[in-house]
Design a protein around this ligand. Structure first.
Ligand code: ZN
Length: 391
């Protein structure tokens, strides 16, 4: 029994030795461990007993006595931050920074980690201040990336553009895709403030940074439509087809409204049915179906729904097809179809979603920046139904 108990005690020590052995050779380790202050083992003990605050105090004590424990502080600080215990991570990193003998590169590293702690804790002002102080050295580029994140959270798009360009000059690669989106954000703000000239200026810059940016084209149409220039707006939105037809569902409703405003609703319905036919999109069909039913009657809408359903079967399409059949049916068949349709509609109402291709976040609305992972243009512009797991 005594022997078994001894082995239990050895396990945590073996872990600690393993950690140290990975960094030093055994001979150096043995001489080092003989020199390690007692507070180091006290700290380790507190950590293993899940008493992190006492562990921090013990390690701070070690750090005062032994300058070799910097790596231990970084490991500890990152561990706390990952677990969401940002106040503890901040304490660890601040303590490191308070050491007067800390070499410059370690000092930069500690500042960078402290900035990440503040960012994670949502203390954006302090995070910004910390990252701004890191203008040179190994962590300068990482600091600029973090600053870009902060300016995006704050929706400070001018500084976002400035920082992205600075990052490019530091060799971070092209950020044109993001920069075009920042200009689009500025254009959208200008549009809301009824400043069409400023909006157009920003859109021009967006397309200069990224000629593939569809959002700038769509917003260009919005600016024209806001001033009643519907012909010009339609010309812009129709350009989306040349740029990337996958984005057409985002303009379908706008296009119909503009044709209606010009008194040519039938031309709009015709264009939409052509798009549905060419791109076989259920999102396009949603819009086209509504207008075709209103303008050309139930039979024409039925044909449209059936053709698309044959090309691309899904539950939402089935619900729409039943709706079309219901409109043409007589009683009592009509009531039966109504029952099936409402049941199916309840089940499928929230099914189709936009899905982030980066993090998988699903949303009912389309976003240019993912609310889950903050990536730009990570949503495919089509809603998809989840595929049920097969047995
Ligand atoms: Zn995402």
């Amino acid at each position: 029994m005594d022997l078994d108990f001894w082995w239990l005690l050895v396990i945590p020590v073996a872990f600690a030795l393993g950690w140290m052995a990975s960094r030093h050779d055994l001979k150096a380790l043995l001489s080092e461990s003989a020199n390690l202050p007692r507070s180091y083992f006290r700290g380790l003990n507190f950590l293993l007993n899940e008493q992190p605050d006492k562990a921090i105090d013990a390690f701070i004590e070690v750090a005062k006595l032994d300058p070799e424990t910097v790596e231990l502080h970084f490991a500890l600080g990152n561990l706390f931050r990952r677990r969401g215990e940002t106040d503890r991570a901040i304490r660890v990193h601040q303590n490191l920074l308070s050491r007067p003998d800390l070499p410059v590169n370690e000092r930069d590293h500690a500042l960078y980690e402290l900035g990440q702690d503040y960012l994670k804790a949502g203390m954006l002002d302090r995070a910004e201040e910390t990252f701004v102080s890191l203008q040179s050295g190994d962590h300068a580029q990482g600091a600029q990336r973090a600053l870009l994140t902060i300016y995006e959270i704050e929706k400070d798009w001018n500084r976002s553009i400035e920082t992205a360009r600075h990052l490019e000059s530091m060799g971070a690669g092209s950020l044109d895709l993001e920069i075009a989106q920042f200009h689009c954000e500025l254009a959208q703000e200008a549009l809301q403030q009824k400043k069409p000239d400023e909006a157009r200026r920003q859109l021009e810059r967006a397309l200069k940074a990224n000629p593939q940016n569809v959002r700038a084209t769509i917003l260009g149409g919005d600016v024209d439509a806001a001033s009643g220039a519907f012909e010009a707006a339609l010309a812009q939105w129709r350009r989306v087809e040349e740029q990337n037809p996958a984005y057409l569902p985002l303009v379908a409703e706008k296009v119909m409204k503009a044709y209606e405003a010009l008194g040519h609703a039938e031309d709009g319905a015709q264009l939409l049915t052509e798009w549905v036919d060419a791109y076989s999109s259920n999102d396009l069909l949603d819009v086209a179906y509504k207008y075709v039913a209103a303008l050309r009657g139930a039979d024409a809408a039925h044909v449209l729904a059936r053709t698309q359903m044959q090309k691309s079967p899904n539950l939402a399409g089935m619900s729409r097809l039943l709706e079309a059949q219901q409109a043409a049916a007589e009683e009592p068949r009509r009531s039966e179809i109504e029952l099936m349709r409402s049941l199916l509609q309840q089940r499928t109402k929230n099914l189709p979603r936009y899905t982030c291709q980066n993090c998988g976040f699903r949303a009912r609305l389309f976003y240019w920046q993912c609310p889950g992972c903050s990536g730009w243009e990570t949503y495919a512009p089509r809603r998809v139904e989840p595929v049920p797991a097969s047995n």
